[in-house]
Design a binder for this molecule. Structure first.
Ligand code: SDX
Length: 395
C-alpha cells in the first residue's frame, strides 16, 4: 500500500470502536471493492484503476461493467453489454407524456421530474420485486440505460423542443449527447460526454450513494434505491453545486470582481460552491481533468471568459484559503464544461445523476450480497422523564 493509502486508513475508525461523528464524518459503514477516494493523496480509483487512465482509455460502458462486476470486460462481454444497453434505452410512451407535462412547468427543477420518472419506471419493469442476482444486474443495466433517455427528454421538454428517441448506432455517451442536443456528436463531443459520465460514475460512500445503499439495506427494490440517490444528489451541498457554480460565475461577471466577491462571501461564512470536500483535502483529481477538458470546449464555444473567471477564483482561493483545505471539487469546472456544450445549468445535476446511476446500482448490489440493515444511533439529548400534564393544566 502506498504511504498515503495507509495514512488514509489510519484516519478511519476501526470496527469495534464506537465513535460519534456528526454527519458520519470519516466513519466507515461497510466494505467495498468499487472505488477508493484517497483524500490525502488526491487520487480516485475505480476497483484499482486510476480515474485518469479510465478517462483516457476506457468508455462509460466499460466503466459501468467494471463497477458492476469488479473487473474490466473481455471484448465479447463489452459488446454484449453495449447491445443490452442499446436494447434498454427506450422508455415507455407514458413516461414521455409525464415528462412533457411536468418538465416545462414553471419552477419545477429537472431533478424533481427525474425522481418522478425513475420512480414511475419501476411500474413498467415486471421484475422490480425480483431479487435474484441476475435479475438485479439486468435491472441495473435497464436503469443506467434509461436514466439517460429520461434526462435528455426532460432537457428537451423544458426548452419546448421535441423529445428524441435513442439512436442504436451511437455509444451510450454519444446517444445521450444526441438526445440532449438534437445533433449527433463529433468525436470530440462524444469523447467529452464519455469523460463526463466516467468522472461522475462513482465516488465511494458519498451522500447519494449512502442514501441508495441505506434504502437497499432494508431489502427495498433497486428502483427505490436509485430514487433515493436522486433525492440526495439534488441538494446544493452535493450534486446541485455545479448549477450554483454557474450562478456564481454569472454573478461575479468580470475578473476584477473575483477577489472582492470571494472576500465578501468568505467573511459572511457563505459557501463557495464547487469548493471544499469532506474527503479531499487537496485538489479533487476530477477537477484537474475537467479543467483540462474545459480548455478545448471553451475555445470551441467562445466561452473562454468563464474558464478565465473560474481559474482566477481558483487562484485567489488557493492563495487565501488553500491552507484550510478548501480546494476545487468535481463541480467547479464541470459547470463550465457543460455550459460550454450548450447545456442549460439546471440540467447539470441530472447529467451528474446519469453518470452516478452506475455507482448507485453497483453499490446497491454489493450491499445486498452481504446485507446488514443500516441502523445507526442518535445520541439522545432530550429529557429522561417528563410527567404527562393534562391539557387544561398546560401553561
Ligand atoms: C460533491 O462526498 C462526495 O464524494 C461528493 C462528491 C461525489 O462525487 O459524490 O464528490 C460530489 O458533492 C462535491 C461537493 C459539492 N458541494 C459543494 O461544492 C458545496 C460547497 N462545499 C461545501 O459546502 C463543503 O465543502 C462540503 C459540503 C462539500 C463538505 O463539507 P464538510 O466536509 O462538512 O466541511 P465543513 O462544512 O465541516 O467545513 C469545514 C470548514 C468550515 O469552516 P469553519 O466553520 O471550520 O471555520 O471549511 C469551510 C467551512 O466553512 N468550508 C467552506 C467551504 N467548504 C468548507 N467555506 C467556504 N466555501 C466552501 N465551499
Amino acid at each position: 500500500m502506498t504511504n498515503t493509502y495507509s495514512e488514509e486508513i489510519k484516519l478511519i475508525a476501526k470496527p469495534g470502536e464506537i465513535p460519534y461523528a456528526k454527519g458520519l464524518e470519516g466513519i466507515p459503514i461497510g466494505e467495498s471493492t468499487k472505488s477508493f477516494v484517497d483524500g490525502l493523496g488526491g487520487r480516485l480509483v475505480y476497483h484499482g484503476h486510476s480515474i485518469e487512465e479510465l478517462c483516457e482509455k476506457s468508455s462509460y460502458e466499460e466503466v459501468f461493467y467494471l463497477l458492476l462486476y469488479d473487473r474490466l470486460p473481455k471484448e465479447s462481454e463489452l459488446k454484449d453489454l453495449g447491445r443490452l444497453m442499446r436494447s434498454y434505452r427506450e422508455i415507455p410512451s407514458e413516461l414521455y407524456d409525464l415528462i412533457a407535462k411536468q418538465a416545462p412547468r414553471y419552477g419545477v427543477h429537472p431533478m424533481s421530474v427525474m425522481r418522478t420518472a425513475v420512480s414511475a419506471l419501476a411500474a413498467y419493469d415486471e421484475t422490480t420485486e425480483d431479487d435474484t442476482p441476475s435479475e438485479q444486474c439486468r435491472q441495473s443495466i435497464r436503469i443506467v440505460s434509461k436514466i439517460a433517455t429520461i434526462a435528455a427528454a426532460i432537457a428537451r421538454a423544458r426548452l419546448g423542443k421535441p423529445m428524441l428517441s435513442p439512436r442504436a448506432e451511437l455509444s451510450h455517451a454519444g446517444n445521450f449527447y444526441y438526445m440532449l442536443t438534437g445533433s449527433a456528436p463529433d468525436d470530440f463531443y462524444a469523447e467529452l460526454m464519455d469523460v463526463l459520465l466516467i468522472l461522475h460514475a462513482d465516488h465511494e460512500c458519498n451522500a447519494s450513494t449512502f442514501a441508495a445503499v441505506t434504502v437497499r439495506s432494508t431489502l427495498s427494490d433497486l428502483y427505490s434505491a436509485v430514487v433515493a440517490g436522486i433525492c440526495a444528489l439534488k441538494g446544493p451541498l452535493h450534486g446541485g453545486a455545479n448549477e450554483e457554480v454557474m450562478r456564481m460565475l454569472q454573478a461575479i461577471g468580470s475578473l476584477d470582481n473575483v477577489e472582492r466577491f470571494l472576500e465578501d462571501a468568505m467573511s459572511q461564512k457563505l459557501r463557495i460552491h464547487g469548493f471544499g470536500h469532506r474527503v479531499y483535502k487537496i485538489m479533487d483529481p476530477r477537477a484537474d481533468i475537467l479543467r483540462r477538458q474545459a480548455r478545448e470546449v471553451t475555445r470551441r464555444a467562445g466561452t473562454e471568459h468563464w474558464l478565465e473567471t473560474a481559474e482566477r477564483i481558483e487562484k485567489v482561493m488557493a492563495e487565501k484559503y488553500g491552507q484550510r483545505g478548501i480546494w476545487p471539487n468535481v463541480d467547479f469546472f464541470s459547470g463550465v464544461v457543460m455550459a460550454s456544450m450548450g447545456i442549460e445549468s439546471p440540467m447539470f445535476t441530472p447529467i451528474f445523476a446519469v453518470g452516478r446511476s452506475a455507482g448507485w446500482t453497483a453499490h446497491a448490489l454489493e450491499q445486498w450480497v452481504d446485507n446488514r440493515i443500516f441502523r445507526p444511533r442518535f445520541i439522545y439529548i432530550g429529557p429522561e422523564e417528563e410527567p404527562y400534564t393534562p391539557i387544561r393544566e398546560r401553561k
